[in-house]
Design a binder for this molecule. Structure first.
Ligand code: ZN
Length: 460
């Protein structure tokens, strides 16, 4: 049994059902779970460890709902810098095909380091290529050194070019092998209990890289074990045309034919979605991983996030892979979600009130990155600072240049100002970042290793 007292936060943002923001707030934590939340003066003063966060804002750790860690090795590749999705993919597939287990391990640590420093405490990743003996195990093992919760998606591609898919045959696998490995990973790593550090997700890559049969069989396997399902959907106009031509359905309707709707399913992007389809998401309980930077980077379009939210759909934030962002800065991604929702409202000619109250707010964006992401991943034990939930919290020093002059509303300042990295990041009551320093890794040494691996991959 160990206890941690967090006290004197200038403001503690709970994101609870009442959205309480507590001045001079704190937490009392026992064995990684929150036992009390409230003003510091009302909390027990005796604890094994005390963290005085005077002058800081404290909030729930952020949840990332979509990523491809391995892509940190192929950021800013010149030939893919100015391409749309399909051209970008066909440029990068041959480079990704050269990856080894070592590349998976190095890139995992890079992405998780950036995520941790930008406020993330739970990260979802989608690994869908396994060249040269790579396995999802490589990612899971490497993630342990950083200390974030991980939802590791066992991705897959089975529809190569020779069968009408987009990826070259060299990066696709047999469906038998994919399903066998998926089941092995669930049995080996999936922990559904409260406070779980690792969960497995089944995630065939996209309609244009897997067969309908693999989609159906993956859904059946996931439901047999109670694990979640994830894929890319309705990301681009090209994908919509591919689905209409190959399957005779729009992307979401195609998902319905392969048993891919339900509250155990979340889709990355969901850009090209019409009002009737939004109602299907709402009725079936499908979640959305909104990736604004990637959608802008690849000129994919603007996801109708406010319409999803009005319909009651769970929406979280995802940084997406680092070859289409090219960053893993989660708080900055939430900021982009706020700005893009505002731009979308302006483009649609929405009548905005003179008070600005109808404009997508900083608090709404923060909600997507916390509660929203937790709901999308199906986690009831994270996403807010409440009694019984995991002690996953982050803190920012408010006396920092980035917020200077913006402390009329410190919560909004986090999003409206461009924030620096976190000063503290705790997962399950344990420090991942302290005084702005990442604890699990020598980051300077790691960056040298990562750059060398990235250069080697480009050379072939
Ligand atoms: Zn993606």
């Amino acid at each position: 049994m160990s206890t941690l007292l967090v006290k004197n936060a200038q403001i503690l943002v709970t994101m609870d059902d009442h959205r309480r923001e507590i001045p001079d707030g704190g937490l009392f934590i026992r064995d990684g779970f929150i036992e009390q939340v409230g003003p510091s003066s009302e909390l027990p003063q005796d604890a094994d460890e005390t963290l005085d966060l005077a002058g800081h804002i404290v909030l729930p750790g952020l949840v990332n709902t979509h990523h491809h860690f391995y892509q940190t090795l192929t950021r800013v590749v010149p030939a893919a810098q100015n391409a749309n999705l399909f051209k970008w993919l066909t440029t990068l597939y041959p480079i990704w095909a050269r990856m080894t287990p070592e590349h998976i391990r190095i890139s995992t640590q890079t992405a998780l380091s950036e995520l941790a420093l930008s406020g993330c405490t739970t990260a979802s990743d989608h690994l869908y290529l396994f060249p040269n003996g790579s396995k999802l195990d490589d990612e899971i093992e490497a993630a342990g050194s950083i200390g974030l919760r991980l939802h590791a998606s066992r991705g897959s591609m089975s529809l190569g070019q020779s069968k009408g898919g987009l990826p070259p045959d060299s990066v696709v696998d047999s469906e038998e092998k994919i399903l066998e490995d998926s089941e092995r990973l669930i049995q080996t790593y999936h922990d559904p209990s409260p406070g779980s550090m690792v969960q497995i997700v089944l995630a065939p890559c996209s309609p244009f890289s897997v067969t309908g049969d693999l989609m159906k069989q993956s859904a059946a396997l996931a439901r047999r074990y109670g694990v979640h399902l994830h894929t890319h959907l309705a990301e681009t106009q090209d994908e919509e045309e591919f689905c209409l031509q190959k399957f005779g359905y729009r992307p979401l309707a195609y998902m319905q034919t392969v048993d891919w709707v339900g509250n155990d399913v979340w889709f990355a992007h969901s850009v090209h979605i019409n009002p009737e389809e939004i109602q299907v998401y709402a009725r079936e309980g499908c979640g959305v991983a909104h990736c604004p930077n990637s959608n802008m980077r690849l000129a994919s379009g603007i996801a109708p996030i406010e319409a999803f939210l009005r319909a009651g759909v769970n929406v979280g934030i995802g940084v997406d892979g680092s070859a289409s962002n090219d960053s893993s800065h989660l708080l900055a991604e939430a900021r982009q979600a706020m700005l893009l929702a505002r731009l979308n409202a302006g483009l649609k000619g929405a009548s905005l009130s003179s008070t600005g109250s109808e404009i997508f707010s900083a608090r709404q964006a923060l909600e997507l990155a916390t509660r929203g992401g937790a709901a999308v991943l199906g986690r009831k034990d994270i996403g807010s600072l409440e009694v019984g939930k995991c002690a996953d919290f982050i803190a920012y020093d408010l006396n920092h240049l980035d917020f200077s002059g913006g402390l009329h509303d410190p919560v909004a300042a986090l999003l409206l100002c461009q924030s620096h990295g976190v000063d503290y990041n705790y997962v399950h009551g344990k420090p991942v970042v302290k005084e702005g320093m990442l604890l699990g890794i020598d980051i300077d040494k790691h960056v040298r290793l990562h750059n060398k691996a990235a250069a080697g991959l480009m050379e072939g």
